[in-house]
Design a protein around this ligand. Sequence first.
Ligand SMILES: Nc1ncnc2c1ncn2[C@@H]1O[C@H](COP(=O)(O)OP(=O)(O)O)[C@@H](O)[C@H]1O
Ligand SMILES: [Mg+2]
Length: 285
Amino acid sequence: MQTSWLVVNAFLKGESFARMESLLSKAAAEQDIELLTKTSTDFIREDTFFAAPRAAVFLDKDIKLAQRMENQGIRLFNSAAAITLCDDKTLSTLAFEKANIPQPKTIICPMTFPNIGYTHLDFLDEIAQQLGFPMVVKEGKGSFGQQVYLARNMEELSAIMRTIKPSEILFQQFIEESAGSDLRLYVVNHRVVAAIKRVNQSDDFRANIEHGGVAFPHTPSAEETRLALLASAACGTDFAGVDLLLSKDGPLVCEVNSNAHFTGLMKATGVNPAQHIMAMVKEVL
Ligand SMILES: Nc1ncnc2c1ncn2[C@@H]1O[C@H](COP(=O)(O)OP(=O)(O)O)[C@@H](O)[C@H]1O
Ligand SMILES: [Mg+2]
């Protein structure tokens, strides 16, 4: 029997994490792998590294820890570089642009300093000129739709800018025809293993389950599959949940989640991504 690690954050807990951990351990056992859970604080002790496996599933977003583990020669699923790109939407949008992947028109907010903030907001006029209203504003680091906002006019846009912390922010064209719905394609090892369509029947434009989105199984088109694989590859993920928006001009990439929770998708489709992930880890071990 081979051994691998499952690395989780020491402070962020929850039912969904526990369920994923159990699904991954079970899928590992099916591959004759013993999957040992390590929490991020375990690595403060240097002797933790003495019995390091060749590969580990990294469910944390602690990219410095990930980099440290890679420095020790451990192959991580996902890599530090992939998690870095996915965890900041302003970085992933640049990766999509570089790879010519269709996405909503996006403008990255000019950077400021924490002790200075945005001393004037004149530049919002030019952004409004280019994107029009309503427009979508996203904080670089955010999940479950919690840091994604809709500004219907300049007053709302200025109010959002005054409320959110000056950090990585992007402004995006609102894909009105897809409001309240999106596609989530789950990619493992360069293959789409399952897909759902999420529909929010309330008047919220976000399709996230956490905001009322309901998941339905979805059979992706060839173009949707192609796009999800390109986006996942652009971010360098081994496994990821890729969100697509269906625009009138075809599918667009919304984001790539290196740390996507898969229990909802599993319930809707019957596909267990943990089995695909552990089969990929087995290849490397
Ligand atoms: N440009 C957009 N136009 C229309 N809807 C959008 C746009 N961007 C995001 N959304 C909606 O908001 C949801 C959350 O945005 P997303 O970028 O995926 O952030 P999160 O990481 O919080 O899930 C998406 O699933 C989608 O339903
Ligand atoms: Mg999303």
